[in-house]
Ligand binder design. Sequence first.
Ligand code: GJV
Length: 406
Amino acid sequence: MQAEKEEEEASPEEYVALCDFTARGSEQLGFSTGDKLLVHAKPSADWWWAELQGVIGYAPASYLRQDAAEDEDEDPWQDDEYFGSYGTLRLHLEMLSDRSRTETYRQVIVSNSASLRNKVVMDLGCGTGIISLFCAQLAQPSVVYAVEASSMAEHTRQLVKQNGCEEVVTVLQGRAEELELPEQVDILVSEWMGNCLLFEFMVESVLLARDRWLRDGGVMWPSSAALTLVPCQADSYYSEKMAFWERPYGLDFTPLQPLAQQEFFTKPKFSHLIDPKDCLSAPCDVICLNMYTVQEMEGEFKFCVVKPGVFHGFTAWFTVQFESLEAGGATVELDTGPNSDPTHWKQTLFMLDKPIHVYGGDSIRGNIVLRRNPVWRRHMTVTLHWTINSSSDNCQVGTKSFPMWK
Ligand code: GJV
């Protein structure tokens, strides 16, 4: 039999603080960059029980690194790995095969073709150049700067030539952050959205390029974005990963359930496709980003449960909107939710540790915070707080943080 709290008996591990942390409340442990902390226990993925000079408290795990020497020259943006993965065809094939995504961008170009005439366009993170090629073929911009950091740029140059667009499309190989252009641009178009909208944080590169290269009054495509959340059932995922251990082959394997929870429910499940009937209430936009201004990466929600069911977790997806430049033109929207055709982003499932029965009329209120990992800049932690108010029961409160990925 396994001891229940084995990790508490293990000897403490040494960690180094990567940045300053100010304790909020007496439960937390404050520290400064470079401090050496002893980690006694890891009760959650996000908060560890740690000690510094005899003082003990909770420390945020993402601020700590086990061996400073080993990783010293690792790049917090992991650009070699990131751009390396976009240097081969696998991801580009996945994105190009996603018709909803690619056709939405085409539709934006087509329906704004008159307004694009003689305009200067930047396509940031152009990949194989599909959006730039749409611009050149379906509208008459004066120039399209197609910016791509990965080695794919060399092939993109060839594709531009092959399709007779070299007069209009200029491929610039390099990071947006180091970009030099002869002029400011009228339109900054990019397909920067990651899982759960922000993962990869390519949006940061887009906003930086906006501040440096978009002329006053210039246009951002997408112009806005929203993260949508819904409380949901996830019966088959729960059975497959958790209920499985109840009685496999007639044996009691439930001692493995805490491990299963740690292994399968700590991080969110990407590539979930939620069945609309598993939504326990109407969805709610929890974070809305206006691409022209800087905003908070947090939001509140209040869901009203519409039918009895098992609350297994929250499912998230996003929409982006492209404002029209034409008089009376309609906004184009890309919706990655369950009521539209599935996209390569699918949806993201955040499992609670324990399912909760809910009933029609119950309310689920709370908030979501997306916190950037202070070290690994393409990663983030999603924290959900919720309160369930039901007519029959007292209220239940919960909170859980999900690292994505580090
Ligand atoms: N500068 C130049 N190219 C970039 C940058 C950057 N800062 N960031 C990403 N890319 N929708 N989540 C390129 C990357 O190499 C890839 O080809 C494309 O943009 C990503 C687009 C899809 N990812 C996404």
